[in-house]
Design a protein around this ligand. Structure first.
Ligand code: ARG
Length: 465
């Protein structure tokens, strides 16, 4: 392939060598090649349909592009920095391969609508893959939830013991986060599924093109309605990054809990050796590197979101070269996100619970104090008064170093005469969780119902894919 620039006609001097490398994007945008070729084939077919190209020219172009696609796939295609980007590399290679006809492919098209189309095609596939990966994590979460539907541990607010909860219920909270993430990804995919091709450089084209045809060949729901917007819009990239950031944020919260729970002080869970590493100096260490790294990786994805926002801020219409800077943040976001989801889905099935440690922790910190207050309310006391009575009982227990359930009935009745022997049923951990038996509550029965509904929603999603 020649190094002659496809736009060199109006230039008298060669590009400065450093500028050539500085302005080139081929080192990273070659990732878009399969989508660039897919877009070009659809464009050529539309041109032939509209008699802008002959059928024979179209056939030559399609065959040439398919051959280039194979070379790229097999790693034999030679990329040239002199040809600047993925689009011009492929176009130049096409002309080198099929001759003069190759030069006709760019009729009625610009790299501006071409690149805007390529990224959307690429991202559309990536979003699909992200949604599948989310589903795998969710399914692993549900398996733990089902196994641990009756397992009791302390629930926290302010990281202080609050009320007993079931581990299954905790897992379902994770599930919900990812459920919203999936719907955000789907929203983003639906909104971005409009086709820029035909916008050409910015104003449209003078050829009698059929944009509906190209859009349908590429499975877009419609052509973008405004050519200036079509070539310059990167909202979809920002939206995707924001949705990706929320996924990483959720994974970082889950990771943080895994890290805390696997500490010696908590000892609630164990992760298998395959997902932990040791210390080069402290022989006893087993560090939860995978969740730590995911927690850390959230930072770079948030950074990419900020980079994209800043990139687009204050750009005048229409296309500006600034936009070339959208790719590396997007690519790294996708790689980081998919890698994190993949390792998370693989790690979760190795999680084992130490039910005794969870239970012992729930027995500390007066986790059933609210249940005692609720008990008094059911006996006729106003909640605020009940809160005060229980607060005083807890203060006594703190002093005496005992638990609520350790106090004798006579002693408890000294605080309030409404307390009867049945109070002990409400002070147990099992009684506490079983009592929260409503939609969204922590009772094992509710958890089992919620798991069934969640599994159903995953199944529906799989079938609708
Ligand atoms: N490599 C460019 C990008 O990523 C392609 C579009 C270039 N367009 C132009 N008019 N220079 O945005």
């Amino acid at each position: 392939m020649s190094d002659k620039k496809l736009w060199s006609g109006r230039f008298n001097e060669p590009t400065d060598q450093f500028v050539e490398a500085f302005t080139a994007s081929v080192t990273f945008d070659q990732r878009l090649a399969p989508y660039d070729i897919q877009g070009s084939i659809a464009h050529a077919r539309m041109l032939a349909q509209q008699k802008i190209l002959t059928q024979a020219e179209c056939d030559d172009i399609v065959a040439g592009l398919e051959c280039i696609a194979t070379q790229i796939e097999q790693g034999t295609f030679v990329w040239s920095v002199a040809q600047e980007d993925v689009h011009m590399n492929i176009e130049a290679a096409l002309t080198a391969a099929i001759g003069e006809t190759g030069k006709k492919l760019h009729t009625g098209r610009s790299r501006n609508d071409q690149v805007a189309t390529d990224i959307r095609l690429w991202l559309r596939d990536e979003i699909q893959a992200v949604c599948t990966a989310l589903q795998q994590v969710q399914s692993a979460i549900l398996d733990i939830a089902a196994r641990e539907a009756d397992t009791i541990l302390p629930g926290f607010t302010h990281l202080q013991t609050a009320q007993p909860i079931t581990f299954g219920h905790h897992m379902l909270a994770w599930f919900e986060m990812l459920q919203r993430d999936t719907s955000r990804m789907n929203d983003c995919a639906a909104r971005m599924n409009q086709m820029p091709l035909g916008a050409a450089a910015l104003a449209g084209t003078t050829y009698p093109i059929d944009r509906d045809l190209t859009a349908s060949l590429l499975n877009f729901s419609a052509p973008c309605r405004n050519s200036l917007d079509a070539v310059s819009d990167r909202d979809f990239a920002i939206e995707f990054s924001a949705a990706a950031s929320l996924i990483l944020l959720h994974l970082s919260r889950m990771s943080e809990e895994l890290i805390i729970w696997s500490s010696a002080q908590f000892g609630f869970i164990t992760l298998s050796d395959g997902f932990c590493t040791g210390s080069s100096i402290m022989p006893q260490k087993k560090n939860p590197d995978v969740p730590e790294l995911i927690r850390g990786k959230s930072g770079r994805v948030f950074g990419h979101l900020m980079a994209l926002l800043t990139l687009m801020k204050a750009q005048p219409l229409a296309y500006n070269k600034d936009n070339q800077e959208d790719k590396e943040p997007l690519f790294d976001t996708v790689d980081t996100l998919r890698g994190s989801l993949k390792v998370f889905a693989a790690m979760l099935p190795t999680l084992t619970c130490n039910q005794t440690a969870m239970r012992n922790a729930a027995l500390q910190g007066f986790a059933t104090a609210t249940d005692l207050a609720d008990y008094l309310v059911r006996k006729g006391l106003a909640f605020r008064d009940a809160h005060d009575v229980v607060g005083r009982v807890v203060a006594h227990c703190v002093q005496a170093g005992c638990d609520l359930a350790d106090l004798s009935l006579e002693y408890l009745q000294g605080y309030n005469h409404l307390i009867a022997a049945d109070v002990y049923d409400y002070l147990t951990l099992e009684g506490s969780v079983a009592a929260r038996n409503h939609v969204g509550g922590t009772a094992p029965d509710q958890v089992r119902q919620a798991i069934a509904a969640a599994r159903q929603s995953l199944k529906i999603r799989t079938h609708s894919d």
